[in-house]
Write a protein that binds this ligand. Structure first.
Ligand code: PEP
Length: 255
């Protein structure tokens, strides 16, 4: 963690919780958020976004979506546009999560178009990249990440409207994590590579999150790394105390 970059801890609820459970979880997080340094973001399922955004509107906790469409409006049954998200109080949107890439066929070009749409709507895009186990085994991790950054990060990206989340696919929901040295190496590579696309000033300030089996027990070790500015948290974000435990680790390191 670097003192110049404000830590960011993002909870991706994925397709979990019913409405009352989601409200309770968001309220519990909000009740403790004021004591913590750094920004907390909750990303509930789309159907609960408006209710959770309303509940959190006067708190320190921001709301993000898990996806958006690349177009502003139109004949796209079942989709939600970035301006709609901004309109109901969302500030962030996760894009290119590996589950969307795998389950919905989203490629880097689609992620790029969605991120540009998010920027145009005033949202911060959390763009996910990460290698598969097979790519890692073949020594292709850095090449894979570079290719994803090259094609998924639009020219409209800057340190205010973009966050990059490094999520090794094999670490998501598996309980496995790369070694801290491996995480730092990949994050340092991302920062250098982004510099070649977005310029040195942007890259010094842009926040890079690590995601993949982050929990209170490993949060301090991961968040202490020099090029890790926060975490994208799946499973552990479904429990307020686990999510807050991760947020506390980030807050203590930032203090
Ligand atoms: C994720 O899916 O973004 C994620 C990081 O999940 P988990 O924390 O459960 O590995």
């Amino acid at each position: 963690m670097n003192a110049q970059r404000r830590p960011l801890i993002v909870g991706n609820w994925k397709m979990n919780k019913l409405s009352g459970e989601g409200r309770d979880l968001a309220q519990q997080v909000a009740d403790s958020a004021g004591e913590l340094a750094g920004r907390l973001v909750l990303c509930p399922p789309a159907i609960f976004l408006q209710a959770i955004a309303g509940l959190l509107s006067a708190t320190e906790v921001a709301v993000g979506a898990q996806d958006c469409h690349a177009n502003e409006s139109g004949a796209h049954t079942g989709d939600i546009s970035a301006p709609m998200l901004a309109d109901i109080g969302c500030r962030y949107v996760i894009l290119g999560h590996s589950e969307r890439r795998a389950n919905h066929g989203e490629d880097d070009q689609a992620v790029n178009a969605k991120a540009a749409a998010a920027h145009a709507a005033g949202l911060t895009a959390i763009i996910c990249v990460g290698e598969s186990q097979a790519e890692r085994d073949q020594g292709l991790t850095l090449a894979r990440i570079s290719a994803q950054l090259e094609s998924s990060v639009p020219g409209s990206s800057d340190e205010m409207n973009t966050v990059i989340a490094y999520e090794p696919i094999w670490a998501i929901g598996s309980g496995l994590t790369p070694t801290p040295e491996d995480v730092q190496d990949v994050h340092a590579h991302i920062r250098v590579y982004l510099g070649s696309i977005l310029g040195a000033d942007v890259v010094e300030q842009i926040r890079l999150l690590y995601g993949g089996s982050v929990k209170p027990e490993n949060a301090e070790e991961l968040l202490a790394l020099g090029d890790v500015d926060g975490a994208l948290v799946g499973g552990a974000s479904l429990d307020a105390q686990s999510f807050l435990g991760i947020a506390r680790a980030g807050s203590e390191l930032a203090a």
